[in-house]
Design a protein around this ligand. Structure first.
Ligand code: FAD
Ligand code: 2HG
Ligand code: ZN
Length: 497
């Protein structure tokens, strides 16, 4: 283990260990090249992004088709070998060719597609990927679906489950109004608000994971790739796979309905004097801007400090220039909700604003050890937890609060020079109890993983847990997924312990 003792998990003795016959079998299915035993590559695969969890898997498999995934799982099932599906990270798999239907706006792609490649692919075709997140350069759509990743566009496009079907997009919100803006003081709360304006109204727009294909542990291929909008012939199985973190099978193909590209995008980086103003600004933005609001992120002063000092080196706001501003921003400034801010002048400036926001996790990594909590909380309570944690931990730790304010999703991060089990004992179970008391969720968008697998009771009722357990028992014969012995973040790969 790299982190602290809390990251240690015993290997489940139910599973067999790999032998030479197994390896020979995998080579026959995949070809020698795609059966990896090289220590360096295994080390990378056995290490998570934060370098906090370390697995000890002995084999890395790189299937290139659904059929190969199916054969591998069938074999592993017969031998009771533990399997961990992986997405994300370095581009070793490749060959994930996106297929796209311009009329319906449906993107069909393989699970190994890197999110950023899909974003640019769609952009070139005049469409938008409804999902965007800081890890886009390395995470894969199969991993995104399996974690039900939220990200930066959630406030507008909703979850991958597609619960925003039929939202309307409306136009022409940004017209006149100009305002002089200067640099944003670092000590204040900052908000990145991403306003989208479109030139013409679109009557309706649905965004959802259309469907998917997955391979169960016994090798059965479940083809749920239909493109029908309506189909009530029983359970909607695809939803079970969205957010199931590899526990039900390996997602191999996905189809996503992509909305048409917007004619213009405006990004404002705003400063509020305190959290209450952030909250009120969000309320106003939702009220006054409605569906043209495509992101509403927030970073507290500590996050800003961290991102600027360690990543950018300079404060980019010094160079912010005058811009046209929308009436909404003017009103909010007059009303005292915004104390300062800049509206991006061009795409480059907008990207540099986003880099600050998206750079926070990396800045935290560079700062040393970090305890991360990804919480759903009522917006009005959210920042109370950050403050309570600061009081609780004192100056020994840097407590940082940022996240997707528009979705009520707080990223509480506690940064320390090194991992410290005494500090951890101050944080947990306090953070989970606090969240539970306020009827929040201990995982808003990142999933449970190893970290929170045994913390689920803080967010789920005993009845709901019992029904999942029962369901698992009933399906043990067919779905004996032994996965999740380790947590990784690499490519479309399969790791065997
Ligand atoms: P991995 O990390 O490889 O896997 C994640 C889980 O999914 C594992 O349990 C794995 O077993 C399983 N899995 C992977 N692929 C498959 C598959 N094909 N079939 C079945 N199971 C599979 N998350 C958010 O929700 N919102 C954010 O804004 C966000 N920002 C991030 C920013 C940074 C800098 C980083 C490092 C992470 C961020 N994340 C965010 C977390 C992470 O990127 C997402 O959860 C992402 O969706 C994981 O994708 P991946 O391909 O890297 O999956
Ligand atoms: C983000 O929104 C990610 O930047 C990562 O979900 C959050 O590092 C975190 O706590
Ligand atoms: Zn996030």
């Amino acid at each position: 283990f790299f982190g602290s003792r809390s990251t240690v998990t015993e290997r489940n003795p139910v599973f067999s260990t790999i032998n030479a016959d197994d390896i020979a079998q995998f080579k026959e299915i995949l070809g020698e090249k795609y059966v990896i035993q090289d220590e360096e590559r295994l080390l990378a695969a056995n290490t998570d992004w934060m370098r906090k969890y370390k697995g000890s898997s002995k084999l890395l498999l790189q299937p290139r088709s659904t059929a190969e995934v199916s054969q591998i799982l069938k074999y592993c099932n017969s031998r009771c070998l533990a399997v961990v599906p992986q997405g994300g990270n370095t581009g070793l798999v490749g060959g994930s060719v996106p297929v796209f239907d311009e009329v319906s706006g449906v993107l069909v792609c393989e699970a190994g597609c890197i999110l950023e490649n899909l974003v640019s692919f769609l952009d070139n075709q005049g469409f938008i990927m409804p999902l965007d997140l800081g890890a886009k350069g390395s995470c894969q759509i199969g991993g995104n679906v399996s974690t039900n990743a939220g990200g930066l566009r959630f406030v507008r496009y909703g979850s991958l489950h597609g619960n925003v079907l039929g939202r309307r997009v409306w136009a022409d919100t940004f017209r006149d109004g100009s305002l002089e803006l200067s640099r944003i003081p670092l000590e204040t709360m900052a908000i990145v608000a991403h306003f989208v304006s479109v030139s013409k109204r679109t009557s309706s727009m649905s965004v959802h994971v259309g469907s998917l294909e997955a391979v169960l542990a016994n090798g059965t291929v479940l083809d749920m790739l239909g493109t029908l909008r309506k189909d009530n012939t029983g359970y909607d199985l695809k939803h079970l796979f969205i957010g199931s973190e590899g526990s039900l099978g390996i997602v191999t193909k996905i189809s996503i309905l992509a909305p048409p590209k917007l004619s213009s995008v405006n990004l404002a980086f705003l400063a509020c004097k305190d959290y209450v103003s952030c909250q009120n600004l969000l309320l106003e933005a939702k009220r006054k801007l409605g569906e043209i609001l495509s992101a509403f992120e927030f970073l507290d002063g500590n996050s800003m400090d961290l991102a600027n000092v360690l990543i950018l080196g300079t404060n980019i706001y010094v160079h912010a220039s005058r811009e046209k501003l929308e009436a909404f921003l003017l009103r909010s400034m007059e009303g005292g909700l915004i104390s300062d801010g800049v509206l991006a002048q061009d795409m480059n400036q907008a990207l540099s604003f986003w880099r600050i926001r998206e750079g926070v996790p990396e800045a935290l990594m560079k700062a040393g050890a970090v305890y991360k909590y990804d919480l759903s909380l009522p917006v009005e309570k959210m920042y109370d937890l950050v403050e309570a944690m600061r009081i609780r931990l004192g100056p020994a730790a840097e407590v940082i609060g940022y996240g997707h304010l528009g979705d009520g999703n707080l990223h509480l991060n506690i940064s320390l020079p090194e991992y410290n089990d005494n500090v951890l004992a101050q944080i947990e179970p306090f953070v989970y109890e606090w969240t539970s008391k306020h009827r929040g969720s201990i995982s808003a968008e990142h999933g449970l993983g190893l970290m929170k697998a045994n913390k689920i009771h803080y967010s789920r009722s005993p009845e709901s847990m019992a029904s999942v357990t029962k369901w698992n028992q009933l399906n043990r014969e067919e779905l004996p997924l032994g996965a999740s012995e380790e947590v990784f973040m690499v490519e479309k790969k399969i790791i065997l312990s």
